[in-house]
Design a protein around this ligand. Structure first.
Ligand code: AMP
Length: 421
């Protein structure tokens, strides 16, 4: 085959679309319930935005960005995530002056040059929320609860929440020092990325996916013990709130996430239905990001989940999406009958009845075969005999019964059959 999709990308075919619509509409309704508003930012932004926002010692910035120079010699990057662009838009449109808390959500494609595997693509889609302007642990707990509520609404089961705190600008140096003392003894056994990050961003080491490196992390000192009082209190409150909301969780002291902007809370929602890529949703607090990008000092918390992974979970769980709206198949037999049926399908569709027609001049048998293939509920058969009598045959495809009714009454007949007024 000469042309196929690029590595790490995929076509989303019609048979998968019901899942996508379900996920998108469940998200939109729930975000509306929590009073979030949608924002759409461009697919590409200045490269510097992501370098500064996500952090230069992350895998994303070091290895995974789709960066190019445009004809005006600008360095641009296809967005690898949604938070930095939203922080940019928040600053650019002075949203902090218009409202004390901005609650935004987004949905769209993201791009990362990763090694493709099941559940990991180079173009994938995220839906995410960002709540800017509230530093209180209630805000973290509410965002986590929104994520859990959302997957409940979608009908996803087998999920668990993993949570941690990575400290703040005040206690981060203490945490990093403690970590360096622990890792230092094993530095030679770690990969090149970890060795490089050891001095500049030791916390990043915990994000390394290399199993050999990960083996060294067991027995690591509890980084929460090195945190300042404020961070510990904040974390304890978040944990207390989500616990009292009845959300099951576990504390994972190694959960630092792949983006450098996180402060205090980090969390993931994991699915038992996904293999190695078991994280369906990731997020946390990023109190320093807006100011670091030249804006005011505004605390914030958010999450993003991958639509492809949510689809994978739903596909394994249920077949509710295989059900379709009932379809009427119109089978004209002969040229003149085709012309009349051409106008009939228009009338049916305008009456809100979903229908399909075969213009291939096929025999009745072939047309009914086609109706079966499309899982039509009824076939409308209109041949010369019916034309002479000004009637039409309505055949129930699964029951096999058929009735002959007056041509003019067919729209009402089908409306009644579907229970419409
Ligand atoms: P992150 O933006 O890295 O915090 O990821 C948040 C969520 O996006 C993950 O939990 C996944 O569900 C999804 N995700 C991230 N990277 C990919 C990818 N390369 N392919 C598919 N989904 C992804």
């Amino acid at each position: 085959m000469k042309y196929t999709v690029s590595r790490g990308t995929k076509d989303i075919l019609p048979e998968e679309m019901a899942y996508w619509h379900h996920i998108e509409s469940a998200s939109r309704s729930l975000f509306d319930l929590y009073n979030y508003q949608e924002i759409r930012t461009p697919i590409f932004e200045m490269t510097d935005l992501f370098e500064r926002g996500i952090g230069t010692s992350t895998d994303i910035v070091e290895k995974e960005m789709y960066t190019f120079t445009d004809k005006g010699d600008r360095r641009l990057t296809l967005r690898p995530e949604g938070t930095a662009p939203i922080a940019r838009a928040y600053i650019q449109h002075s949203m902090h002056k218009k409202e004390t808390v901005s609650k935004l959500y987004y949905c769209g494609p993201m791009f990362r040059y990763e090694r493709p595997q099941a559940g990991r693509f180079r173009q994938f889609h995220q839906i995410g929320v960002e709540c800017l302007g509230n530093a209180h642990p209630f805000s973290d707990a509410e965002v986590i609860s929104l994520g859990v509520h959302l997957f409940d609404d979608m009908g996803l089961s087998g999920l668990s929440v993993s949570i941690n705190s990575v400290g703040c600008v005040v206690c981060r140096p203490v945490i990093e020092e403690r970590l360096k003392q622990f890792i230092g003894a094993n530095l030679q056994g770690l990969c090149e990325d970890c060795k490089r990050r050891f001095n500049s961003k030791p916390l990043r080491i915990l994000d390394c996916k290399n199993p050999q490196c990960r083996a060294y992390f067991s027995g690591m000192p509890d980084i929460q013990k090195s945190q300042c009082h404020e961070c510990r209190d904040h974390f304890n409150s978040v944990v207390e709130y989500i616990d009292s909301l009845g959300i099951p969780f576990n504390i994972n002291p190694q959960l630092v996430r792949g983006l450098e902007y996180y402060s205090r809370t980090t969390f993931e929602i994991l699915s038992e239905h996904l293999g190695a890529q078991n994280a369906i949703c990731g997020g946390g607090r990023y109190d320093g990001l807006v100011s670091q990008m030249g804006g005011p000092s505004v605390p914030a918390v958010g999450f993003a989940f991958g639509i492809e992974r949510a689809v994978m979970v739903l596909q394994q769980m249920s077949d509710i999406f295989k059900r379709k709206d009932p379809l009427i198949f119109v089978a004209p037999l002969g040229f003149e009958q085709q012309t009349k049926c051409f106008f009939l399908v228009d009338e049916l569709r305008r009456a809100g009845i979903k229908c399909e027609i075969d213009y291939s001049k096929g025999e009745l048998k072939a047309q009914l075969k086609q109706a079966n293939k499309l899982q039509a509920e009824y076939a409308l058969i209109y041949g010369e005999t019916e034309a002479e009598k000004n009637t039409i045959v309505v055949k129930h495809m699964t029951k096999g019964q058929q009735v002959e009714i007056a041509w003019d009454s067919v729209v009402n007949y089908l409306k009644e059959a579907h229970g419409q007024p």
